[in-house]
Design a protein around this ligand. Structure first.
Ligand code: FAQ
Length: 336
């Protein structure tokens, strides 16, 4: 599989052998040359510890976001308004689970096991996207998540297809293709609702009002308050800054809102001829940090649901391991 290196451990808690020396100036110089030439770093290559650590942080947070991100929409599978919508939603939620798996695999190539990463998530130590700590109150929320949350995710993730770390970049190519389908299905579901009754239209507008500002915050703190950005950009992990991506998202979304027939809940949102971009209002960063730090409306519920699902799936993992051990014992016996 393309996101696996050959030297990835298969047991939990083990790590790949450490890079020869972090202090070796020749290795550091070769790494810098490759980064400066916009080359790719692969799992077997030497890399500075800080680069490895940053990647594990970002990729594992991203993986956790995909897995926790299944919950708000999963909540609507049993209540989808038609068989068609239900089938589409099941496929989408399943895709998000798949994205989590590609990403955990990509992070494992850096020497951190999936068990270690999941332990971080389940203990509340690891971060995942703020956006998944808000409730999905009506069916329109499902459409708005597709349109705006997946829309924001694509905006952020397309540049990650050019990330300097090969396994992450390659995983992102497929993720972005699938996110693109997610975005379109959400927008299409909303377009249909907007041809419906006044109540349906109001439901869409209400969902847009509740999600808009949270989606703008999803891109992360302003560049001036983003401690990881400068180094992440220097290493070619991040290619476009938080604020630039946010601006691109606003500019792309305004005309889509117009076609849909909804307003975006920001009185300061207007085209700025001089800048060639839309100006927009103040994001509530206090609320963002409260949510990131575990105090959003659904943080506790999301984490509890994840932990329960993990615990209840223990027997599946045990059975898979027992089966693999049995198969291995059989093939050793046959080879003898
Ligand atoms: N939520 O210095 P920066 C999706 C943290 S996937 C929570 O700017 P960085 C698919 C950040 O981690 C959505 N925490 O950090 C889907 C850092 O904390 P740390 C997820 C946030 O890494 C759709 C601190 O703030 N996408 O939606 C957030 O340079 C629909 C300082 O920030 C990714 O993860 C936040 N919103 O930039 C699924 C993409 N923003 O680690 C289901 C990959 C920032 O120092 C349904 N990640 N923080 O303790 C990235 O591009 C970057 O990591 C950023 C943050 C841009 C998220």
């Amino acid at each position: 599989m393309y996101t696996q290196s050959f030297n990835v451990p298969d047991g939990s808690g083990k790590t790949v052998p450490l890079a020869p020396s972090n202090e070796d100036p020749a290795l550091q110089a070769a790494f810098d040359v490759r980064i400066d030439a916009d080359g790719r770093i692969e799992p077997q290559d030497w890399m500075p510890d800080a680069y490895r650590k940053t990647l594990v942080r970002q990729i594992s947070q991203h993986a956790h976001s995909e897995i926790v991100g299944m919950l708000p929409e999963g909540n609507w599978i049993s209540r989808a308004p038609s068989l068609k919508r239900k089938a589409i939603l099941i496929a989408k939620v399943q895709d998000e689970g798949g994205h989590g798996l590609y990403l955990y695999s990509a992070a494992e190539t850096l020497g951190t096991s999936r068990d270690q990463m999941l332990a971080g998530l389940h203990s509340g130590r690891a971060k995942y996207s703020s956006i998944f700590n808000y409730p999905t109150l009506t069916w329109a929320d499902v459409g708005v998540i597709g349109w705006l949350v997946d829309g924001a995710a694509i905006m952020n993730q397309v540049p990650l297809c050019r990330c300097s770390y090969g396994p992450y970049a390659r995983a992102m190519v497929r993720v972005c293709k699938e996110e693109s389908f997610h975005q379109r299905q959400g927008y299409e579901a909303l377009l249909v609702m907007m041809t419906g009754t006044e109540e349906q239209k109001a439901m869409v507008q209400d969902a847009v009002n509740r999600w808009w500002w949270k989606c703008l915050a999803m891109f992360g703190p302003p560049d001036a308050d983003s401690p990881n950005s400068a180094q992440g950009m220097r290493w070619g992990i991040k290619r476009v800054s938080n604020d630039e991506l946010r601006q691109k998202f606003v500019d792309a979304t305004v005309p889509q809102a117009k076609v849909l027939g909804v307003t975006l809940p920001d009185p300061d949102l207007k085209w700025n001829e001089e800048r060639g971009h839309h100006d927009y209002g103040q994001i509530d960063w206090n609320e963002f940090w409260e949510t990131v730090n575990g105090n959003g409306p659904c943080n506790k519920e999301r984490l509890a649901t994840r932990v329960k699902a993990h615990d209840e799936g223990q027997w599946v993992r045990d059975a898979a391991l027992a089966y693999a051990a049995k198969q291995q014992a059989r093939s050793i016996k046959e080879a003898a």
